[in-house]
Design a protein around this ligand. Structure first.
Ligand SMILES: Nc1nc2c(c(=O)[nH]1)N[C@H]1C(S)=C(S)[C@@H](COP(=O)(O)OP(=O)(O)OC[C@H]3O[C@@H](n4cnc5c(N)ncnc54)[C@H](O)[C@@H]3O)O[C@H]1N2
Ligand code: MOO
Length: 396
């Protein structure tokens, strides 16, 4: 039925993405514990309150020595030891990696580079060798990470090593998913009059990977009142509605948005599949995104409007999409952007097939969607939209 809906009023794929990104208001920063910050975005720069390391530390197990040696061992310093008196010429402490280097040390000599004879050690020392200097990772007051960094494992570890227990972050936006369709069933196979819901099960992982927090996934009867009530009653910042996006008698999304006096910002996108997708802003600034009912079309719409809105709400820029060659070329659509599942290989992006709007087989086997811009003939390269919305974009 592709030919039946005019796509002339539809936004281009790129502009639809930009609108969804721009319209999403960035959440206000909140202070949360380190583990709760994972997946959130820093709302302010990460600043060191003290130098790291705070003191000179040994980088190797061995001896902190003073002067050219030989050295008499006057004690042992471990990582947990309290501070010890300084060294004078001809003295050494046995020292372990990470221990504070005593004052007066010329350098640290590795265990395997000395000869030990009772309380004496011999070897050669290089001035300053095997010492991690106080403040070499950062100085007090230094900006260690800028605003806008996504908090992941290394960021949490860094924050802990800076002595922090909380971070100020933009919280993950909460997202609800409303699945419409009287034919949908949650168990067993599809058959006449019944279709196994594929969108409800697909969304939680996608939503989480995109950096949002899942509120509810709720199946609704095909009723205008039920849809209106569910949208109006949702407390999520972004509400996805699957199905109901086309022009049939059970397609209630647009009438409901109208009843709720929502502002329809994107009404169709010139892309294949996924053209009936929509974006609206409710009066309280919450966003509603209509996903077409065909499962692959719903996925392309989530990766287009959905990821852009969530990304904007998190305070992150839209990811720049890398370009890859398509071996053998690929047919363009004259007016619409094609979104084609591809595997990314050494030769370039290779279409995997099974890319009909009602099927997920192609997407499930693919790494990315090739974004094939509209054109009169064939494209030999395309931008790549990762199927994993949590993939870290390379700096553009
Ligand atoms: N007259 C027109 N008809 C259609 C148009 C159009 O522009 N004019 N567009 C076609 C395109 S393209 C799509 S995509 C669909 C979009 O339809 P809806 O969003 O209204 O969704 P439904 O009609 O409810 O369902 C369409 C199709 O998808 C199946 N479906 C729905 N939800 C799920 C789900 N959660 N899991 C699995 N499958 C689902 C549903 O059973 C239908 O087969 O409209 C075309 N028609
Ligand atoms: O555009 Mo529909 O969304 O092909 O299936």
């Amino acid at each position: 039925m592709h030919g039946r809906r005019q796509v002339t009023g539809a936004a281009s794929w790129d502009s639809a993405r930009r609108v969804a990104h721009l319209v999403a208001r960035v959440g206000a920063g909140v202070s949360v514990g380190l583990q709760d910050a994972v997946g959130c975005v820093l709302a302010g720069p990460l600043v060191a309150t003290a130098p790291v390391p705070p003191v000179d530390r040994a980088a190797m197990d061995g001896y902190a020595v003073c002067g050219v040696g030989p050295w008499r061992v006057v004690g042992e310093v471990g990582v947990a030891s309290p501070s010890v008196r300084g060294l004078v010429d001809g003295e050494a402490y046995g020292i372990t990696t990470g221990a504070a280097v005593p004052a007066g040390a010329t350098g640290v000599v590795r265990e395997e580079d000395v000869l030990r004879d009772g309380e004496w050690v011999r070897g050669s020392v290089v001035v300053g060798r095997h010492i991690r200097r106080a403040g070499e990772e950062c100085r007090a007051g230094e900006v260690v990470l800028p605003t806008g960094v996504v908090v992941d494992g290394p960021v949490v570890g860094l924050a802990a090593s800076l002595g922090l227990s909380r971070l100020v972050v933009v919280p993950r936006p909460v997202v609800d998913v409303l699945v419409t369709g009287d034919e949908l069933v949650q168990r067993g196979s599809s058959g006449v009059g019944r279709v196994r819901d594929a969108i409800g099960p697909m969304m939680p992982e996608l939503v989480t990977r995109a950096g949002a927090e899942l509120g509810v996934v709720q199946q609704l009867a095909d009723s205008r009142a039920a849809l209106r009530e569910a949208i109006a009653g949702s407390s999520a910042q972004v509400v996805f509605v699957s199905g109901s996006s086309a022009a049939g008698p059970a397609d209630h999304l647009r009438p409901v948005l109208n009843e709720l006096a929502a502002e329809l910002l994107v009404d169709g996108v010139a892309c294949r599949p996924g053209h009936p997708q929509a974006l609206a802003r409710l009066q309280d600034d919450r966003l509603v995104i209509g996903l077409p009912g065909n499962p692959f079309a719903a996925l392309t719409a989530f990766l287009t409007l959905g990821v852009a809105a969530i990304t904007g709400r998190r305070g992150l820029p839209l990811a720049r999409l890398p370009i890859a060659p398509i071996p053998g070329g690929i047919d363009c659509h004259p007016h619409s952007t094609r979104l084609v599942p591809v595997r990314v290989t050494d030769q370039g992006a290779v279409p995997v097939g099974h890319a009909g709007s009602a099927m997920l087989r192609g997407a499930a086997a693919a790494d990315a969607l090739a974004v094939v811009d509209p054109g009169p003939a064939q494209a030999i390269a395309a931008r790549l939209l990762p199927l994993d919305p949590g993939a870290r974009p390379w700096a553009g």
